[in-house]
Design a protein around this ligand. Structure first.
Ligand SMILES: Cc1ncc(COP(=O)(O)O)c(C=O)c1O
Length: 497
């Protein structure tokens, strides 16, 4: 068995040396290598996280390290927006980071499901805040504090309007979506769940939506019930419907799967849940950045998303909660800002959303999120969605041409609209080797691993997968270049067989 694909770091040097020798001697100095049997992704060792310093992959076409080479951001190489044929072409110039070379190749960023890139307007909003009016919010009466408070609260109103919440008090700023889910689990869950109550989820949930509920369920004796996939490889909502009963207290579901690319009918699910008296928490991390999300139409009780996936900064996310629910919920974290009065033996608490925002919030980041929402709204979420549906379908179809590929999730059809991402495996090729080669040899950034969805990968019979995920700033050329690079990668590894 060829060690190159085993992916133990200690074997990496062998692989590197081997790769160099092979490159130099390619077909000339060395006899044809013996045929190697590559382990299937199912049997590959699980992926360990490695710092970039750990990885050095010396290729035959160029010597490269993982440190970004020749990568100074160069606006001059940004494609011109004028006369652009697509949304991707017209918006790319707004994203300075996209215009650089990585490992000697033009960067092709296909990892937006992990985090999106940020347009100049967002970067400027952060800079303006820190340069012009950096100050704490809600507590100062001086000019800078008043300005920071106005901008921070304006960002909250922007989020509310973006998802059509009826009241900006329904928006709680959190560190990210994970914290927002923890907030609901600990605040609402601990005070509303009792032994034998059921929490319904799907096997395709992100760890952020599973683990907080496991922690809370263990405390109160509630039970997590999981719905698996149907024959189209998307969560079986008919089974979900059957699982609902008076024991169900909350349904926790994603809107768009970060692995399967499937989209769930949240409005129906909310209706069924409400029919049995249950609440619904929607993990909208992969939908809010890509489509119109209207919380009133969906009738979700809670909905969470992260700024960094929607062109905003890291360190900020939000919880939407119906105001009647938030008003009855106890605090999650204690500290300054979330109180009404503090005595030595007890405290009273502020109304939502302040009740759930203990301490100094991520002020600049919230303002940056507001700028991201302005930017996205300027393009129009329907425009973004339509463009991505087309681009996503193109990605799916082009990937199908790669030999021995297995793409997870439902095939696109008239009825099934996939999100613009594909998780896949190529037979006998470890996804992390594939992602490493794509990065090192072609400057293509994709994700490999379990994408924080281990139960789903287990259900699919694999440990990990590769994932290419698009955003509106990607183009069909990005997809073509990726497919070309992927074919090259597959040929490279197959040449050892
Ligand atoms: C579907 C889904 N849910 C939740 C999360 C967690 O988001 P965050 O890490 O920003 O809290 C992610 C991020 O990858 C996601 O894709």
């Amino acid at each position: 068995m060829y060690p190159f694909l085993q992916f133990h770091d200690r074997l990496r040097p062998c692989a590197i040396i081997f790769s160099v020798i092979r490159g130099l001697a390619m077909e000339v100095l060395l006899p044809k290598l013996p045929s190697f049997k590559f382990p299937s992704p199912t049997h590959c060792c699980s992926i360990t996280s490695r710092s970039s310093a750990d990885i050095r992959f010396v290729g035959v076409r160029r010597i490269a390290s993982l440190s970004v080479s020749a990568s100074s951001v160069n606006e001059a190489v940004a494609e011109a927006a004028v006369g652009s044929p697509s949304l991707g072409h017209s918006t790319r110039p707004h994203f300075p980071i996209l215009h650089q070379e990585v490992n000697g190749s033009k960067l092709i960023y296909l990892d937006s499901a992990a985090t999106s890139q940020k347009p100049t307007t967002v970067l400027k909003a952060l800079q303006n805040y820190y340069e012009g009016y950096n100050s704490n919010v809600h507590r100062g009466i001086h000019f800078l504090s008043a300005k920071a408070t106005d901008e921070y609260e304006s960002a909250r109103r922007k989020v509310a309007s973006f998802i059509n919440a009826s009241d900006s008090r329904e928006i709680v700023f959190t560190k990210n979506a994970s914290e927002a889910i923890n907030l609901v689990a600990y605040s609402w869950g601990l005070s509303n769940l009792k032994p034998e109550d059921e929490i319904i989820l799907t096997v395709a949930e992100h760890h952020s939506a599973i683990v907080p509920w496991q922690l809370v369920a263990q405390k109160v004796g509630a039970v997590l019930k999981f719905v698996d996939l149907n024959q189209d490889e998307m969560p079986d909502i008919e089974k979900l419907k059957e699982r609902l009963s008076r024991k169900t207290k909350i349904v926790v579901v994603h809107h768009v799967s970060n692995v399967l690319a499937s989209v769930l009918p949240i409005r129906d699910i909310a209706q069924w849940a409400h029919d049995v008296g249950a609440k619904v928490l929607v993990d909208a991390c992969q939908s809010v950045p890509h489509m119109i999300v209207d919380v009133q139409r969906l009738n979700a009780d809670f909905l969470v998303a992260s700024s960094h996936k929607m062109c905003g900064p890291t360190g900020i996310g939000f919880l939407y909660g119906k105001i009647d629910l938030l008003s009855t919920m106890p605090p999650f974290l204690g500290g300054g800002e979330m109180i009404s009065d503090v005595y030595l033996d007890h405290s009273t608490y502020a109304e939502p959303p302040s009740r759930f925002e203990a301490g100094t919030p991520a002020i600049g980041e919230a303002i940056g999120l507001g700028a991201a929402i302005d930017y996205l709204s300027g393009i129009g979420m329907q425009t973004i969605h339509d463009y991505e549906v087309d681009l996503g379908r193109y990605l799916y179809e082009r990937l199908l041409s790669v030999p021995n590929i297995r793409i997870y999730g439902p095939p696109p059809s008239e009825e099934v609209q996939r999100a613009a991402l594909c998780s896949f495996n190529v037979e006998n090729l470890h996804p992390t080797d594939l992602a490493t080669f794509l990065d090192q040899q072609h400057g293509v950034a994709i994700r490999s691993g379990h994408h924080c969805a281990q139960p789903l990968h287990r259900y699919l019979g694999v440990n990990s997968s590769a994932r290419a995920s698009l955003y509106f700033y990607n183009t069909k050329e990005d997809v073509d270049n990726f497919i070309h690079a992927l074919n090259d990668t597959v040929s490279f590894f197959n040449s050892f067989k």
